[in-house]
Design a protein around this ligand. Sequence first.
Ligand code: HEC
Length: 148
Amino acid sequence: MKSLKIAAGWLLGTFILLQFVRIDMPPPPKAEPEEEIEAPSEIAAILERSCYDCHSNHTRWPWYSHISPISLEIKSHVKNGRNWLNFSIWKSYDEEKRRKLYKGIARSVEWKMPPADYMLLHKEARLSPKERKALKEWAMSHLEEEKR
Ligand code: HEC
């Protein structure tokens, strides 16, 4: 029993110490409201619901995002996600970057995005096969447009 108590003490101590570990979350890249991506409203709604937490400046931080070590994981996800793709600065991207991202979106919505672990905690972000198809077609339509 005693060793169990000691182990529990260590765990608790470690947990408390972890609260002092912080990742500096850089402020989101400055964005003008007019740099936000424009999309038909049903597409915009899907993006906002399923992608914006990691790919925009409009992250909704849940309460557990402030608790270490979960917070470290979440913040690095958002940082990484924004680096790859930030819908809030979409219009500041050049043609080539947008093309690459449209391609990436078409590919990633098949299964990779939104990430599965995120959807466990965010049921509202789940996409139906129909919504995935709509996103994919929307992204593809931009690729075809530019080919002409
Ligand atoms: C929980 C955070 C999170 C959410 C939500 C999320 N992403 Fe991502 N996304 C990431 C991270 C992190 C990366 C960086 C690369 C990686 O980890 O694969 C990324 C990378 C990407 C990329 C570039 C990489 C590639 O494979 O081409 C695209 C495109 C993308 N996401 C699209 C989306 C779309 C579309 C949605 C919504 C349907 C979405 N993501 C939702 C975290 C997220």
